[in-house]
Design a protein around this ligand. Structure first.
Ligand code: GAR
Length: 210
């Protein structure tokens, strides 16, 4: 049984998709805890209702990123996770923190990396006239929104799209590829090849939605 700790900052719809898939598909895993840096994160309620342990480490209570990350690591480690899952966790992490969870921390980012790291990905994709947008699940390294890509999904940018419409289309894809990626991890289906990650049996690591 692999132990998962999921970090959120807000509504937690990706966390919810992972919790539900884990239960419905009988993964060899359990969600040991959901941790938020915001006390008012909507997703905490869902987790608590499912009987999952929750914790808050409020970044506003710490003088530096190092202090916050040290306390966050202490709380995470108290749940002894095999994998840390960043699911809309909106904090920049210190190199010490990312090194501690090297190759055992995943993130989801709402763009086709390496395009549009950082914030406001959908606004920027529309402003550039992108025809394709998407989402990436990747292992976390010290560099923001970099690290080995586990899976990507591409969706069209349609005429008349605003950021809200595009983010809704991308979110549907997020809810498919994040549970799939975490499942691969807990099933030991991911294989490192240098700095890249592939699926052991060659399963498609991309999802193309029309
Ligand atoms: C998701 O769209 C996720 O890709 C994005 O935040 C949203 C969280 O939604 N993450 C980032 O922008 C990370 N840089 P959720 O709380 O409903 O899962």
């Amino acid at each position: 049984m692999k132990r998962l700790v999921i970090l959120i900052s807000g509504r937690g719809s990706n966390m919810e998709a992972i919790v539900k898939a884990c239960a419905a598909e009988g993964w060899p895993a359990e969600v040991a805890a959901v941790i938020s840096n915001r006390p008012d994160a909507g997703g905490l309620l869902f987790a608590a209702e499912r009987g999952i342990a929750t914790a808050v480490v409020d970044h506003k209570a710490y003088a530096s990123r190092e202090d916050f990350d040290a306390e966050l690591a202490r709380v995470i480690d108290s749940f002894a996770p095999d994998l840390v899952v960043l699911a809309g966790f909106m904090r920049i992490l210190t190199p010490g923190f990312t090194a501690r969870y090297a190759r055992r921390m995943l993130n989801i980012h709402p763009s086709l990396l390496p395009a549009f790291t950082g914030l406001h990905t959908h606004e920027r994709a529309i402003a550039m006239g992108c025809k394709i947008a998407g989402v990436t699940v990747h292992f976390v390294t010290a560099e923001l929104d970099h690290g080995a890509i586990v899976m990507q999904a591409a969706v069209p940018v349609l005429p008349g799209d605003d950021a809200k419409a595009l983010s809704a289309r991308v979110l549907t894809a997020e809810h498919r590829i994040y549970p799939q990626s975490v499942r691969w991890f807990v099933e030991d289906a991911l294989m490192w090849d240098g700095e890249r990650v592939t699926h052991r049996d060659g399963a498609a690591q991309q999802l193309l939605l029309a």
